[in-house]
Design a protein. Structure first.
Length: 178
């Protein structure tokens, strides 16, 4: 088992921003799973969804996740929002590290953040207003929380800035001999 840090949670919760800042503080490489997929296929996530469909995208996502997790170096990895929810991805993640963190943010905050950025998110690009966005997110979180809650650690990010969130994660790491 390596001791990499894996951040998971719903789209828009801040996994990438938190991961970048955390990796700097820990002096580790930062890896964003979606970015790695885009580099490998020379297409955006939106294009992959459109060209291949969600099922094939999830297969590709899993393949690249496994390649990254097989790396022996320590790193901070930010997952896509759906990554933990497909196949046996959470089981694989739990076998690879004791440092998986659910970046938990309220559906209300997520809806506010995501509505303005929906064109870059294939699952929500057709949502027409903020009320529908909140409904969609609530339903989706209900379905996905069973997977997110399997993370070894849960970080409540409501009303907390990125530095406080990183500090909370680092405290957990230090308590657990990272």
């Amino acid at each position: 088992m390596n001791s990499s840090v894996i951040l998971l949670g719903y789209m828009g919760c801040g996994k990438t921003k938190i991961g970048k800042r955390l990796s700097q503080k820990l002096n580790l490489n930062f890896i964003d799973l979606d970015h790695e997929i885009e580099l490998f296929y020379s297409k955006t996530i939106v294009e992959l969804f459109e060209d291949l469909g969600e099922v094939r995208f999830r297969e590709i996502e899993r393949e690249i996740l496994i390649k990254i997790l097989d790396n022996k170096d320590r790193f901070v990895l930010s997952l896509g929002g759906g990554t933990p929810c497909y196949f046996d991805n959470m089981e694989i993640i739990q076998k690879k590290t004791n440092f998986s963190f659910y970046i938990n943010l309220s559906s209300k905050v997520l809806a506010e953040r995501l509505f303005s950025r929906k064109s870059k998110r294939p699952l929500i690009s057709s949502v027409v207003n903020k009320k529908d966005m909140l409904s969609f997110i609530n339903k989706h979180l209900f379905e996905r929380n069973i997977f997110y809650m399997q993370a070894k650690h849960i970080i409540n990010c409501n009303k907390r800035d990125i530095n406080k969130i990183c500090k909370s994660i680092i405290e957990v790491l230090e308590k657990n001999s990272f």
